[in-house]
Design a protein around this ligand. Structure first.
Ligand SMILES: Nc1ncnc2c1ncn2[C@@H]1O[C@H](COP(=O)(O)OP(=O)(O)OP(=O)(O)O)[C@@H](O)[C@H]1O
Length: 573
């Protein structure tokens, strides 16, 4: 099954996409086969119908045989009824198989999007959503809706042709004469189908990005009186999408119209030539009716097959867009950080995007450190290198002698808590938000963490741990959001706690209480503070590391003065 899936994936989506799509297809294949068999059976039932009609007309009506008429008409009715029931069962099976495949594919993409390598450019939120939703659906619809229908269509086409040959082989050659022209037209038309699909999918991503970004920033936009502006630009983006969709639909209708025209021509020719055969007495009227029915039946499958060829071009666009999500994921692999307390060593280190001179420092386990420097110089980025959330542009970062870039990111996050200035708060209850850090923490532990973050009375005045919290914590003050994030961080045992402007929106009195709790309960943990002002800068520090920058005077080819690195090292540490 795996090999078949891999082969199918390579054939349909190309070698690159086959790597990640084959497992998805392999899982969908068994149920997909059942659906395929069922649809072939339904197609066979459909094919039998004109033959029965022929019998009703020729053996019953024209032969004036009442018994044969009742028999064939009864059989027709019974098969028709069976086809209805079978159709319902088939459609339910189809839905089940196709929904499972979509869920599996989307789940795969979701984890790839979550594991996005921080060194890669961030995908805008709306664009990521459009890929997870629209592009996954495009592939699912190709695999099940278009793909299966097309296989059924191929079967009907072959069956119809076979039965037409059985009725009259010379007349059956008519549809074959049209095939070369159709194939030529299809291959000429396909590149444009692909270009239009790319345009539509990219525009869909841009539209979702605009929606997500605007909705997330609506309070700020309202304050700026800029909502109209955004609405107008959203309206324009929608118009552009309508135009792209219109172009795409017009093109697919044009492509479809060619096959319809050919079918109409065929039908006309059969009507004329077949009618002539009836007039000459070579054919019975039932044969003409059956022949016409088969010719008519072929137009649907032919259209489906045309659709398949072009839908594949669209599905490939979707697969390429999803492939970019997959290839940007970073596997959670690497060595485990060394056991025991962690010593941080920075050697000539600077994170990508940071503007300071490379820094060299050593932070021993349990030290209390202030990391200082002007805004935007790269303090957060430097700390983010410790959890591999930012890549180093130069130098090394070591944890107890182990190179950070060789360590498993998931394991690093388990040992190092980097608390950001703008923490993510999710919709749900207070307890659910806290348990993101420790899923099995008991209520007592939650209350203790809340006490450390000076949140006991606030929580008691509300619904306790069940206090509901809105999306992004929009119904909380900035200080409350930060305090919940502090409680969440303190809940989890860590070797290193990094408070990155984590107190910036909390009043000084509360901030001092929280800092005192941290000193009392986490004094064995390495604590690194980044703060431009406030109580977080107060108290004893084992060391202060200041990041500095100054304009180089004489540049060598790497963009530095020859002696600048030495100076920078002295200044930076
Ligand atoms: N994801 C990123 N990719 C590349 N560069 C980034 C990224 N995030 C931030 N930067 C760049 O790195 C520089 C340092 O940012 P950083 O947030 O580390 O500064 P900071 O010293 O912590 O500033 P502040 O005190 O204002 O918080 C910024 O000027 C920014 O341009």
């Amino acid at each position: 099954m795996d090999r078949l899936a891999a082969r199918l994936a390579r054939m349909i989506f190309g070698a690159e996409a086959a790597g990640w799509l084959a497992p998805v297809m392999a899982r969908a294949l068994p149920l997909g086969m059942v659906v395929l068999l069922a649809s072939l059976l339904a197609a066979a039932l459909g094919l039998a119908m004109p033959m029965l009609t022929r019998q009703v007309i020729d053996a019953g009506i024209m032969a004036r045989d009442m018994q044969a008429l009742i028999f064939w008409a009864g059989l027709s009715f019974a098969l028709g009824l069976g086809a209805v029931g079978f159709g319902i069962a088939n459609s339910m099976l189809h839905l089940r198989a196709s929904a499972h495949m979509l869920a599996h594919l989307r789940g795969r993409m979701f984890s790839a999007a979550l594991a996005r390598d921080p060194a890669r450019a961030e995908l805008p939120l709306g664009e990521a959503m459009a890929r997870l939703d629209g592009d996954c659906a495009e592939i699912q619809s190709f695999a099940f809706d278009t793909g299966l229908v097309a296989v059924g269509a191929l079967f009907r086409l072959a069956g119809g042709l076979g039965l037409m040959i059985a009725l009259d082989w010379r007349m059956a050659m008519l549809p074959l004469l049209a095939a070369p022209f159709e194939l030529w037209f299809l291959s000429r038309a396909r590149p444009r189908t692909r270009t239009l699909a790319e345009m539509v999918r990219n525009q869909r991503g841009a539209l979702s990005t605009q929606m997500a970004e605007t909705l997330a920033a609506r309070a700020t936009l309202r304050g700026l009186n800029a909502l109209d502006q955004r609405e107008k630009s959203f309206g324009m983006a929608q118009q552009e999408q309508i135009a792209a969709l219109t172009r795409q639909r017009l093109w697919s209708e044009t492509v479809g119209a060619v096959s319809q025209t050919i079918t109409a021509l065929l039908r006309g020719t059969i009507l004329l030539a077949g009618g002539w055969q009836v007039v000459r007495g070579n054919w019975q009227i039932g044969t003409l009716v059956a022949f016409l029915a088969y010719a008519g039946m072929m137009s649907g499958p032919l259209r489906n097959l045309l659709g398949l060829y072009h839908a594949q071009a669209r599905a490939r666009v979707a697969a390429d867009r999803l492939g970019a999500v997959i290839s940007s994921a970073r596997p959670d692999t690497g060595a485990a950080p060394p056991p025991g307390p962690l010593t941080i060593t920075l050697r000539d280190a600077r994170a990508e995007g940071a503007a300071h001179y490379p820094v060299t420092a050593e932070i021993l386990p349990g030290q209390r450190v202030l990391l200082d420097g002007p805004s935007g110089i790269g303090k957060s980025r430097l700390m983010a290198t410790l959890t591999r959330d930012a890549p180093l542009a130069e130098g090394y970062a070591l944890l107890s002698g182990a190179t950070v870039s060789h360590l498993r990111p998931g394991a690093l996050c388990a040992r190092i808590t980097h608390l950001a200035q703008r923490p993510a708060i999710l919709r749900g209850t207070l307890a659910q938000n806290l348990r993101l850090a420790v899923p099995d923490a008991d209520d007592q532990a939650l209350w203790r963490a809340l006490a450390d973050a000076d949140l006991t009375s606030w929580t008691q005045e509300r619904l306790g741990l069940a206090t509901p919290i809105a999306e992004t914590g929009a119904d909380l003050s900035g200080g409350l959001r930060q305090r919940i994030a502090i409680a969440r961080a303190l809940l989890r045992p860590a070797d290193i706690l990094i408070f990155d402007e984590a107190f910036s929106e909390i009043d000084d009195a509360a901030c001092r209480r929280i800092l005192a709790a941290i000193e009392a309960r986490h004094n064995k943990t390495t604590r690194i503070f980044i703060a431009h002002s406030g109580p977080a800068r107060e108290g004893e520090f084992d060391q202060r590391i200041t990041l500095v920058s100054s304009a180089p005077i004489f540049l060598i080819s790497r963009g530095e003065t020859p002696y600048q690195r030495e100076n920078a090292r002295e200044k930076a540490v």
